[in-house]
Design a protein around this ligand. Structure first.
Ligand code: MLT
Length: 311
């Protein structure tokens, strides 16, 4: 009589909802669970894992996203657990939202919409009231203006290239010199090697660097003092890159123009001229699928073959 050996399914713990297209990639040999019991891999998006007890049999963690600051990297390194991320998989989604909000902010769209919602039929015909908004919300076109891009990785390079297409001048700063090749940055981006030049020249500044000990609170009062007083700053990277109380003061004193952030906290919500966005940079269907597929591929490859393509 022939014996069939039924292999036990491997368990992947899923800490955030992850696109089904990614989970499907795991196939029948795997079961996904919210539970840590027996988990060999973890799939995570934004869940903060710093106080999280790592499962005993854990072999690897994959983050469906670029930043890994929600993962205890040092603990993982000391336990020999690789951490994978998905650089580039959500770059188009983030780039589109950066450029959308850049134009929207420059054209005073956010303020205009807020104001339009306050119109009331009791104050006369709405169409007449709407027309008075034209005087209040005169914006600026971005064509011919200068965009400073800090960090020229997967997202920053895409933002820089498309901003050039929109007729902007682009100044780029990145401490790593090889990025032109890595991310096919346009030669028309003016690279500067001291960040103060970027601060001085830019009408708009967008942040695309990871959060680490060198970049934490890099935008602080020392940085703000170099900037134009009507500069719009866009932060689709991490909230902690900006020093909160210095930012509050700079906005209140009108030393800077606007702060558009994908990472609003209690302070930002009360700040004058801050535009809070609820962490939507990577939230497109396409990006969620791309990230989930890339993350599960890396996790599965590592568990099955020990191959490390990115960690
Ligand atoms: C990222 O680091 O790529 C984003 O934070 C991803 C996300 O929105 O989860």
């Amino acid at each position: 009589m022939e014996m069939t050996v039924v292999e036990k399914q491997k368990t992947i713990q899923v800490l955030n909802p992850i696109s089904q297209k990614g989970l499907d990639y795991l196939g029948e040999d795997y079961q996904v669970s919210e539970d840590a019991q027996g988990a060999e891999g973890i799939l995570v998006r934004s869940y903060n894992m710093h106080q999280f007890p790592l499962p005993e049999n854990l072999k690897a963690i994959a983050r469906a996203g670029a930043g890994v600051n929600n993962i205890p990297i040092e603990e993982c390194t000391s336990k020999g657990i690789p951490v994978f991320n998905t650089p580039g998989a959500n770059a188009n989604a983030v780039k589109e939202l950066v450029l959308t909000t850049l134009i929207a902010s420059s054209r005073q769209l956010f303020d205009g919409i807020e104001w339009a919602k306050t119109l009331s039929p009791n104050n006369g015909p709405i169409p007449k009231q709407v027309e008075s908004g034209k005087k209040q919300f005169v914006g600026k076109e971005i064509r011919g203006k200068t965009l400073g891009v800090i960090g020229l990785g997967a997202i920053g390079a895409k933002v820089a290239n498309d901003a050039l297409e929109l007729g902007m001048n682009v100044v780029g700063f990145d401490p790593f010199v090889s990025v032109d090749m890595a991310w096919e940055l346009s030669r028309s981006v003016r690279r500067v090697y001291d960040i103060e030049t970027l601060y001085q020249d830019a009408d708009y500044i967008t942040l695309h660097v990871p959060l680490n000990d060198k970049t934490r609170t890099m935008l602080n009062k020392d940085a703000f003092q170099f900037m134009k007083s009507d500069v719009h700053i866009l932060n689709f990277s991490r909230g902690e890159l900006v020093h909160n109380s210095d930012l509050k003061e700079a906005l209140e004193m009108e030393n800077i123009g606007k702060y558009i952030t994908d990472f609003p906290n209690e302070d930002v919500l009360t700040m004058k001229n801050a535009i809070p966005i609820p962490h939507l940079g990577a939230s497109s269907q396409e990006s969620e699928e791309n990230c989930a597929i890339m993350a599960t591929q890396q996790l599965k490859d590592y568990i099955e073959t020990g191959s490390v393509k990115n960690s």
